[in-house]
Design a binder for this molecule. Structure first.
Ligand code: NAD
Length: 699
């Protein structure tokens, strides 16, 4: 069956694409459109309509062609032929016209769309730029700024907004085909010109060097280190100042630079990694789901409030339980304040805000949780308090309710063991701020039932989170791997570096925030308090934490007390280097018998990133994570790891596992085996000359 059907109906040539599920631009679709356009040039049609069957207009490239040698005809060739048609071409858009799909529409002479349709050029999210004339035709139609906003954000816009920036000519009410045909007939009746967007010139006040420089600088901050957004600016600048053919050449060259870059490889890896992470290897496809129509949350602190918002936002009613009326009022107050901020920013209307707030009901009585389908506990990080809470939940919750803990470190199996229904207990580990961060680590216990896991994966999607499955260990995937990362940051500090150098190395690498600044943000006292409960042996060598402890004892708890490893400007909250901290570092180094030395950036970077990778390999060999790419998803969505590096395990593959393994062996000699024990899996793969990705595929 052909994916494109062409027929002349009442004088209009109708090109119908039908390539389910999303009319992706496969080779067959490109050939089909090309042949139909060719046929239409010499038949008795007077105008041409391109329309799609199914749920959407062409929603983008065919991802199965990614990374393969190009198949003819190329999309640039096809869109050129559409634009050069000697009869008017009308694209009729419903669903989403994305990427190459929108480029097909932009090369058509007119575009009509249903009001519900969306259009976008999301290539930047894969480290690419629109490569079939999108960077040249969009600014010619929409102007420089609107085109740049569309292409550098990658976010789709609705048909009405697209009409406002000239990307859509008419919104169709009712049947799209009828509307498009009527539009085409009107073009013929009024002898409307063939409007080739490639022949327009860019008319925009923003077409000047100052504007482009400013835009580049903004992007350099927003999309740190990413080349694709910067290249999009160069393409649009070319569109504004050059003939179409010259602009297309600029686009082609920069597109090739993007597609062969390690950044785009990393971002395409993440695209697939995110989809893979949603799959649970040992769960039958037909695992039944439990229905989640209401949720209870225990603890309305930093996490509980944010977790409640996730459910309220999608219309699932929440009962929030706190220890006292005061604590409850405080918790509800924080939620209300967060919504008010969103409303102020224009993200929510007053009415939507009230609607969300009405979804959250407070209580201090466990009996009120008797009928909820899912409970998420977010009380203090203390195993005894958590056990008490789960004992109560076990006595009040209905049979079949899922009982989840948001613990960061505690043993989910121990928590499950206090209930008579360990099969219903699971970890749902949200990240702070819980209403914003996309990651949800789902921690399956020893006895967690299949349908509880499957329902948890599903509910993550419902509340628009990215789920990653983990097994029980101290810190699960993400927080466990952080330990060597933070340890190395602290060791580098005492051995000779400074907070600023350590953070800037990681920030230049692309991390949203360096490890020392993160410690200040989270509060240095958290680790201090946790260590108070440990034996000396459990604490490990003093040089790993003596600086932190001294700072806490000086009252420097981090950002919340106005000073930690840095001081903070009270007005701007900017971090400022502080000589008092370096005095502490030097004193502590002396006390530990360490003679401080200069540590170069390469060593700083390798010690921190290889520490993370080595622990990631251990997480894999122990089966804590299902696959290497799941770890990448955890780090990108939960820890501010740069997407253009593809996550720690993808980064490891790009560096080479042999290099990493050998460096870690060297570190073991230099800094001690107590810190550096290479993972057995890393050693094996290094010796076999394999990558984590290859190993992941073999599992
Ligand atoms: P928090 O101190 O801000 O809030 C805890 C809340 O629980 C308080 O409001 C307290 O009144 C309430 N509470 C305590 N005991 C209770 C009980 N028996 N019944 C009902 N309510 C009770 O703590 P948080 O930062 O929101 O952390 C909560 C949990 O989430 C912890 O397990 C923590 O490890 C985990 N977590 C925290 C973060 C984070 O960044 N803060 C991130 C992920 C997970």
């Amino acid at each position: 069956m052909s994916v494109v059907n062409y027929q002349v109906e009442n004088g209009i040539g109708i090109i119908r694409a039908n390539n389910p599920p999303v009319n992706a631009l496969s080779q067959a679709l490109r050939i089909g459109i090309q042949e139909a356009i060719k046929a239409a040039q010499s038949d008795d049609s007077e105008a041409i309509v391109i329309i799609c069957e199914g749920r959407t207009f062409i929603a983008g490239a065919d991802i199965t062609e990614f990374g393969k040698p190009p198949l003819s005809p190329s999309l640039p060739q096809v869109v050129e032929e559409i634009e050069q048609s000697n009869k008017p071409v009308v694209a009729a858009i419903h669903g989403t016209a994305l990427g190459g799909g929108l480029e097909v529409a932009l090369s058509s002479h007119y575009r009509v769309a249903l009001a519900s349709a969306k259009v976008g050029l999301p290539e930047v999210k894969l480290g690419l730029l629109p490569g079939a004339g999108g960077t040249q035709r969009t600014p010619r139609l929409a102007g420089v700024k609107a085109a740049l906003d569309l292409m550098t954000s990658g976010n789709p816009i609705g048909a009405k907004n697209a009409q406002a920036i000239n990307l859509v000519d008419e919104i169709i009410d009712g049947d799209l085909l009828e509307g498009a045909v009527a539009f085409a007939k009107n073009l013929i009746a009024t002898k409307a010109p063939i409007k080739r967007s490639g022949e327009l010139s860019v008319a925009d006040d923003n077409n000047n060097a100052e504007f482009f420089d400013g835009y580049r600088a903004t992007l350099a901050r927003r999309a740190k280190g990413q080349i694709a957004p910067q290249h999009i600016v160069s393409c649009v600048e070319a569109a504004a100042n050059k003939a179409l053919s010259d602009g297309l050449e600029v686009e082609r060259n920069l597109f090739m630079e993007c597609i062969t870059s390690s950044q785009s490889a990393a971002m395409r890896h993440m695209f697939f990694a995110e989809r893979e992470a949603a799959k649970v290897k040992d769960l039958p496809k037909d695992t039944p789901l439990r229905e989640i129509k209401s949720v209870g949350i225990i603890g309305g602190g930093t996490m509980g409030g944010g977790i409640a918002m996730n459910f309220a936002n999608v219309g699932i009613p929440v009962k929030l339980l706190e220890i006292s009326d005061d604590a409850l009022a405080r918790g509800l107050g924080i939620i209300e304040k967060n919504y008010a901020i969103s409303a102020k920013k224009g993200k929510l209307t007053e009415e939507q805000m009230q609607q969300c707030m009405s979804m959250v009901e407070g209580t201090t009585n466990y009996e009120d949780l008797g009928d909820v389908d899912l409970v998420i506990e977010a009380v203090f990080e203390n195993i005894n308090i958590k056990k008490e809470v789960f004992t109560k939940l076990d006595s009040v919750c209905k049979q079949g309710a899922i009982l989840a803990t948001n613990t960061s470190y505690q043993d989910v199996d121990q928590i499950a063991a206090v209930t008579k229904r360990p099969q219903d207990v699971i970890g749902l580990h949200f990240f702070s701020p819980a209403n914003v961060m996309k990651l949800l680590e789902i921690v399956r216990g020893e006895k967690t039932a299949d349908d509880v896991i499957a329902t948890s994966m599903k509910i993550a999607k419902t509340i628009r989170k990215v789920p990653v499955l983990a097994r029980v260990c101290y810190g699960f995937i993400g927080n466990r791997m952080l330990q060597p990362y933070f340890r190395e940051a602290q060791l580098c500090l005492i051995e000779g570096s400074t907070p600023e150098k350590i953070d800037s190395v990681m920030e230049n690498f692309g991390m949203a925030m360096g490890p020392i600044a993160v410690s200040d943000l989270a509060g240095i006292d958290i680790g201090y308090k946790a260590r108070e409960t440990l034996t000396d042996e459990e604490k490990g060598p003093a040089k790993c934490f003596c600086v932190s402890d001294s700072l806490v004892e000086m009252g420097r708890l981090g950002q919340k007390s106005g000073a930690g490893f840095y001081s903070y400007d009270p007005q701007t909250r900017q971090r400022v280097n502080d000589a008092a901290v370096m005095k502490v570092v030097e004193e502590q180094a002396q006390a530990q018998g360490i003679s401080r030395r200069d540590i170069n950036d390469e060593e700083l970077l390798n010690r921190m990133t290889f520490g993370l990778i080595n622990e990631g390999a251990k997480v894999l060999e122990e089966g804590i994570a299902q696959r290497p790419s799941d770890i990448d998803v955890v780090y990108i969505y939960g820890y501010g790891y740069p997407v253009s590096r593809g996550g720690p395990m993808h980064y490891a593959d790009s560096v080479g596992l042999k290099t990493i393994y050998e460096t870690i062996c060297q570190y073991a000699k230099e800094f001690g085996e107590e810190f550096w024990q290479p993972s057995a899996l890393l050693k094996q793969l290094a010796e076999e000359g394999k990558t984590f990705a290859q190993w992941g595929q073999e599992q």
